[in-house]
Design a binder for this molecule. Structure first.
Ligand SMILES: [Fe+2]
Length: 202
């Protein structure tokens, strides 16, 4: 199977036509009680909306479910569905999925990240960090559904406004994948080389 390695970067995008903000991100839960307890008591996000139906409106699937929403300060929400009789999820095929798939929520300052750390420890939540990534400062933990969460604050004011850096890195990554595909060299070997060369220039 061919790997998609070419992308046309749109020039000079300002983002003015991008969606305005996160409305909701929705996950499946098997335990509404534990989810409400964690997201209201530990995450301090009020439960602000819920709907219940015996049929999914968008697809017509006959899955009885409840769908409920917790709100952040900017009005964006994290939502859950519990449906009747769902079996547990299948195991992830590789541990990387458990690390990379995550939800990062922003707080105001580095001191606030530290306060969140104390608060999570007081609630007996296992966590990693703080980790100083240079551009952001973060702690990592899981909700009762196994969703990997990050509480973070930016350390660089322009952390989300570096389109040239982004295009350079994504472009290098795609070029390396393409080179691996054409040359037949192992992709991880080519990619490690590109990463090392990039880091040496920093
Ligand atoms: Fe993250």
């Amino acid at each position: 199977m061919s790997v998609a390695t070419e992308v046309a970067f749109a020039a000079e995008q300002t983002g003015e036509f991008a969606p305005k903000r996160l409305n909701h991100l929705a996950y499946v839960t098997h335990d509404t009680a534990a989810t409400v307890k964690f997201w209201t008591e530990v995450m301090q996000m009020p439960l602000v909306e819920a709907v219940m139906s015996d049929r999914v409106p968008s697809t017509g699937d006959p899955f009885p479910y409840v769908h409920f929403f917790f709100r952040m300060q900017d009005g964006s929400t994290i939502a859950f569905f519990e449906a009747v009789g769902l079996p547990p999820r299948t195991e992830q095929a590789h541990p990387a999925y458990l690390v990379f798939d995550h939800l990062a929520l922003e707080v105001g300052t580095q001191a606030e990240v530290d306060e969140w750390r104390d608060r999570l420890i007081a609630h007996q939540v296992d966590l990693i960090g703080p980790v100083n990534h240079g551009i952001i400062y973060s702690i990592y933990f899981h909700d009762p559904n196994g969703i990997r969460l990050e509480i973070t604050t930016p350390l660089a004011a322009d952390w989300n406004d570096r389109p040239e850096v982004a295009r350079d890195i994504v472009g290098s990554w795609l070029a390396a994948k393409r080179e691996a595909e054409i040359s037949g060299r192992p992709a991880d070997e080519v990619l490690r080389q590109v990463i090392a060369a990039h880091n040496a220039h920093e």
